[in-house]
Design a protein around this ligand. Structure first.
Ligand code: DX5
Ligand code: ZN
Length: 222
């Protein structure tokens, strides 16, 4: 399939997390997105390495781990070992290009795919020196930190800019934040192929199957 929808486990019921994974898999998800927050890079604390290990046992799909943490160099290797398929670090959490390059190399040499996430205020130009070390770019379409925020349409031009460079290099363009059946097609038209979806999939208002079908239907029209 050309497109991948990755439900964000942050929005699921943590009391029934294995069910949440199974429901996403049954509904056609392509990956499970795991938001790791440290209470420093972002205000909240979410989940950590042990949860990734548990999810690895519960899931057959790839685990797409999004590290919203300061000092990511202290953590990437343990998340790779815990079973992450992709480890994404925030550009804003890294000191300089040398450190960033080292991190991306460490992720790949552990056997995972390497990713960089860009906060809304961060320009796509920062990717210039590290394209050759990258497998995925995660364009944040909200401020990182919480599920359930409104999509920022002004991020679509950044998605286009990143996609124009990523295509020839075989790098995946992902979007994260406020992705629902109203916004997913706009992101696809701008060049994204990987869609993180939290509250539009895990919602008290509808089942995972209904949420996924709505996203897939919107994508089919993109
Ligand atoms: C936000 C997280 C997202 C979040 C998405 O900081 O990175 O992955 O779970 O949730 P929604 O889709 O509800 O915006
Ligand atoms: Zn995320």
């Amino acid at each position: 399939m050309r497109y991948c929808i990755a439900p964000s486990i942050l929005a699921a019921d943590f009391g029934a997390i294995a069910d949440a994974v199974r429901q996403a898999e049954a509904a056609g998800a392509g990956a499970i997105h795991v938001d790791v927050m440290d209470g420093h890079f972002v205000p909240d604390i979410s989940l950590g390495r042990q949860m990734v290990e548990r999810l690895r046992l519960a899931a057959t799909l790839p685990l797409d781990v999004h590290l919203m943490v300061s000092n990511p160099e202290r953590h990437v290797e343990s998340f790779v070992r815990a079973g992450a398929s992709t480890v994404t670090v925030h550009y804003e959490a890294v000191r300089d290009v040398e450190d960033l390059t080292r991190l991306l190399i460490a992720i790949r040499s552990g056997g995972a795919r390497s990713g960089i996430a860009l906060k809304p205020a961060t320009d796509a130009l920062v990717l210039e020196p590290v394209w050759s070390h990258l497998d995925q770019v995660l364009v944040m379409t909200v401020e990182p930190g919480y599920s359930g925020q409104a999509f920022m349409p002004e991020m679509l031009t950044k998605v286009q800019t990143v996609a124009a460079q990523a295509a020839a290099r075989g790098v995946t363009v992902a979007v994260d934040g406020g992705i629902d059946e109203r916004t997913i097609a706009r992101c696809a038209q701008a060049g994204a192929t990987f869609f993180v979806a939290g509250s539009s999939v895990y919602s008290p208002r509808r089942t995972v199957a209904v949420g996924m079908t709505a996203l897939q239907a919107a994508l089919a029209l993109a």
